[in-house]
Design a protein around this ligand. Structure first.
Ligand code: NDP
Length: 402
């Protein structure tokens, strides 16, 4: 039995992970679940799964959780506070950690899982964007296994030879073709972007996801973060990554080799495929996903991204080229700007404008220690907050320090 902890169990990736686990009770045991403050959802999961541990980062919500669970999970230890997530990620009974917290808030627990030498299923791309070198170093020195969950990176991983190592270039690999759906505004004229609503931005044509990543998909910042993630995970330079808009979201990414071969991974757009792949790797298990009927799909289209309308992608490419602490600044500004857009304090084009204003002053320097990352994260949030002209000090300003 493989002991699994799901960090971010109340979210979209978390729910898909529990769905896959439920199909294989003989193989996996859910040891721990954790989230931020959704006590009602976590209480349901605790009662259904009876895990050994459950945690909420928000202490007040954790009291609510205890009241909601009552005596219905007598063997579950309820934990509270951000430190509880790191504790869960390092538990001896846990072999495998699904890191599915959204944003910089997932950084410490993701690092804790790597340092504890776990099989780390990485959905929380922001932790790789912010602290990739530290995370990869922790994976190497603790002997952890890093498996990407982002469908594109999981696809690339599936197209690499078994000898590939995290963070290292693969001999014979020429470049990677990273696919993007283009998001809900792929065909919207530039002038119409100023009036799009958070609801429209979150209505992704192919994927059902959390609100932050949905907005990132609409601005194409998601692809920008994925570009940075791909460079770090697979030892690539930004010029080795070509971004292709592929509206059907069937080809999840491709790898081109020096002999002219191009390998691709295809599947229905459902996160349970990469989740099942990473849970069972190197074996294969049923994921519950509908099998692909290419005759029904009919055609697969590819187009270049529109860098004029989707400025976030250009900003992310520049941060990828700059490297060091620059992606930390980009990520921090993006999180604050997306939150402001979701709260209707900023319009859609304002997201890129805020990020641009924050990153143009630069972060300076390479990543030395976690403290450097946290300091630049805080600085980026503060700059973004000031730029937006903060009405109320939003939660998102706290970021990785939460
Ligand atoms: P959701 O918004 O659906 O869920 C986020 C989860 O993170 C929730 O469980 C939430 O808890 C928890 N969380 C948020 N803030 C904190 C915090 N401060 N401390 C502890 N837990 C916290 O996000 P998604 O599932 O969509 O995305 C999760 C991650 O996976 C993101 O990094 C995203 O980029 C990545 N990803 C997602 C994909 C998808 O299809 N959804 C695809 C590829 C990558 P609570 O409910 O209590 O607020």
């Amino acid at each position: 039995m493989i002991g699994v902890a799901v960090l971010g169990s109340t979210g979209s990736v978390g729910a898909s992970t529990l769905d896959v686990l439920a199909r294989h009770p003989e193989r996996f045991r859910l040891v721990a679940i954790a989230a931020h403050r959704n006590a009602a959802r976590l209480a349901q999961q605790v009662i259904e799964w009876q895990p050994a541990y459950a945690a909420l980062a928000d202490e007040r919500a954790a009291h609510e959780l205890a009241a909601l669970v009552g005596g219905r999970a007598p063997h579950t230890r309820l934990l509270a506070g951000p430190g509880a997530l790191e504790e869960i990620a390092s538990l001896a009974e846990v072999d495998c950690v699904m890191a599915a917290i959204v944003g910089a808030a997932g950084l410490r627990s993701t690092l804790a899982a790597a340092r504890a030498g776990k099989r780390l299923l990485l959905a929380n791309k922001e932790s790789m964007v912010m602290a990739g070198p530290l995370l990869l170093q922790a994976v190497r020195s603790a002997g952890a296994t890093l498996l990407p969950i982002d469908s594109e990176h999981n696809a690339i991983f599936q197209c690499l030879p078994p000898s590939a190592r995290p963070g290292e270039a693969t001999p014979g690999l020429k470049r990677v073709l990273l696919t993007a759906s283009g998001g809900p505004f792929r065909e919207l004229p530039g002038e119409a972007l100023a009036s799009v609503t958070p609801e429209a931005a979150c209505a992704h044509p192919n994927w059902v996801m959390g609100r932050k990543i949905s907005v990132d998909s609409a601005t194409l910042m998601n692809k920008g973060l994925e570009l940075i993630e791909a460079c770090l995970l697979f030892g690539l330079t930004p010029s080795q990554v070509q971004i292709l808009v592929h509206p059907q979201s069937i080809v999840h990414s491709l790898v081109e080799y020096v002999d002219g071969s191009v390998l691709a991974q295809l599947s229905a757009p459902d996160m349970r495929t990469p989740i099942a792949h990473a849970l069972a790797w190197p074996e294969r298990i049923d994921s519950g996903v509908q099998f692909l009927d290419l005759l029904k799909v009919g055609r697969l289209d590819f187009q270049p991204p529109d860098y004029q309308r989707f400025r976030c992608l250009t900003l992310a490419q520049a941060a990828a080229r700059a490297g060091g602490l620059q992606p930390v600044l980009l990520n921090a500004a993006n999180e604050v700007a997306v939150q402001a857009f979701l709260e209707r304090r900023l319009n859609f084009p304002g997201i890129a404008a805020v990020i641009e204003a924050v990153v143009e002053r630069g972060a300076g320097g390479a990543i030395g220690a976690l403290e450097d990352v946290l300091a630049v994260d805080a600085e980026g949030r503060q700059r973004a907050f000031e730029r937006i002209g903060g009405i109320t000090r939003s939660e998102s300003v706290r970021g990785a320090h939460a």
